[in-house]
Design a protein around this ligand. Sequence first.
Ligand code: BGC
Length: 764
Amino acid sequence: MNRWNMLAVILLIVLVGGCGPANPGGQDDTYFRRADSLLQLLSLEEKAGQMTNIGLTALTQGPFWNDFDTLLLDTAKMRHLLLEYHVGSIQNKGIYPPSREEWHRLIKTLQQYVLENSRHQIPLLFGIDAVHGANYTAGSTLFPHQIALAASWNPEMARITGEITAYEMRASSQPWNYAPVLDVSMQPLWGRLFETFGEDTYMNKVMGNAFIEGQQGTSLSDTTSVAVCLKHFVGYGTPFTGKDRSPAYIPEHYLRQYYIEPFRTGIEQGAITVMLNSGSVNGIPGHADRYLITNVLKGELGLKGFVLSDWEDVGRLASMHNVAHDSKEAAKIAVMAGLDMSMVPYDASFARHIVELVTEGEIPMSRIDDAVRRILYVKFRLGLFERPWHDPSGYTEFGSDAFAEKSYRAALEGITLLKNQDELLPLKNRNTRILVTGPASDALTALNGPWSRTWAGDDPTYDDPGKKTILQAMQDVYGTGNVVHTPGTGYEGEVESEAILWAKAAGVDAILVCLGERPATEKPSDIDELDLPSNQLELVKRLHKSGKPIILATLQGRPRILRDIEPLAGAIFHAYWPGHEGGRALASLISGRENPSGKLPYTWPRYSGTLHTYQHKGSDKLDGEFGTEGFHPQWEFGHGLSYTNFTYSGLEVSADTLNTGEELVLRVNIRNTGPYNGKEVVQLYLRDLVASITPDDRKLIAFEKIHLASWESTTLEFTVKYEDLQFVDLNNQWIAERGDFELLVGGLPSDMLKSGFFYTGKTP
Ligand code: BGC
């Protein structure tokens, strides 16, 4: 077949395939048919290239890790990687964040190059981490990180974040997002906790699905939809030591009950690609686990698209995990385990290994065909053959005030008021004089955290003009003359003297201290202890001696131990990494312009060495006979205060027994009995009193965020399903056991209404 015949075949495939709604069942056949037809035309080398994903800077002038402020494509590298090795997927960026026009130039040039020079004109698939907005495009909207979205307990915040991020990604010609992170994390030491939806499985499912819905829309080929990549399958978020990319030990029944579930529901929701866990679970590296990748992810969960490795992780089967002798054997192990595409990302060695391994009979062609078919299917569904790039000028709402307003609302709903002694807050009087201090008080990087313009997100060179730090936002609310500032200390290092601090505090009515972590992710976010650095604690101690009321705000993505300074603060906010509008949001909450409604999506430990999660077991509750405490965290999962009060009453459950397959209806009245309008998160937990596997203290089975004006009331109804009673037994089956259960409903874990019922174990 010559080049023109081939073009005609492809055109025919495109025309027959058509556009229209992408996801619904029947259409999948069309996309797979198109993939199959194209697959038949590919050589082994071309197939291996499709399975290879390299870094953008492997195609640009200069070294891979350059610090240029313009990326110039290198034609020799393009010829080598895109034509000689047929590489089919590209990802990431250099150091600085390109504008959307520059993204357009880069991606269009690469796509045109492939379309004009390659045999089959298969467009490249470009992937990137747009984990809280299109964070690697200059001027994009930066949202709160996932953990802060979870703290909103409002799935709409996750959906909107997903939707706007997709729009701004396509404005940057980026069709594929390495998000959301669906790693349930029960390990507060782990530095990537902020990238997750927290420690609860149900929360991860609900928020994950809302985000996916926003990203993928009704059709992946829409000019405002992108493909998600769920990550990191599976168990990555609960490493035993808390260090990134380190071993987890999770029995299969727990893997299934807590960790696989969000991936299962995400794939049901239409998630089309999945990235693997860089670490290991029960001694098997995530990239070598045939059972989990092929049997569970592709088989049971039914992933239709493809499985991507994490960064360099195929090679690391040899260089880090020691389950392969060299990178070629590593490639064989990973591909035979079910991996479809390798994020190499420096060169085409993986493609070379694949060709050799197939030629030597080490990998059957059927496995390669399966992988490439899945990859082509995704490319067809994304509409890349029809539109390999997008005109950025068509995206007029990119970085708009309207989008910033959505980010502001998301930040407002997530920021969590942990303590408010004697109603210190809100500070409604606009003439209040305030000292604003602390390492996070005057930095945009402290609001956005990692994955913001740069990977670490700690470089102010890339600050967006016009965005407000906490200090600036406080000045806007209270007036520049009323707001005094001093840094106090850095994330680490010296603390200003008491003399200086007290002098600054002398004329003020209150002190806002903004503490936190220097933005970091992955390995650089590893820590050796959960305590905040001592200089930050010392700052609060010195300020406390001034006698002025202290409001503490923590800007960080995991709980750090506050035990010693908690009593010194009258009010405490946990702001997570709330994004670009987080400074404004915090100032609005402090001043009472808005009422806090966030709730913790993780348990906040009191001690560095006592790391319970809310699911803890009965034995965790035992107070030690020798002075240690049982389950006694600083603040519980689900805790978060409002300026108003919500009173619960009239709990009714439709029956006191439940049979297999049946449902119960729970009703409860909620009244806003305080002086402010506000939002409340109504939480419903289930407690299994006796089970053959020691039951969790409680399990979140539903929640709803409602708005009530002062003295307004409402009645909420929740359905409790038979499935809610189930857990995974030692045969890895979901079962429910006959016996007594309790339902707990309320807005604060310390204050819940309770009702019981009996599950008969009988099928009616
Ligand atoms: C991270 C992934 C990320 C990838 C690409 C890896 O190091 O673990 O979460 O998607 O890099 O940037």
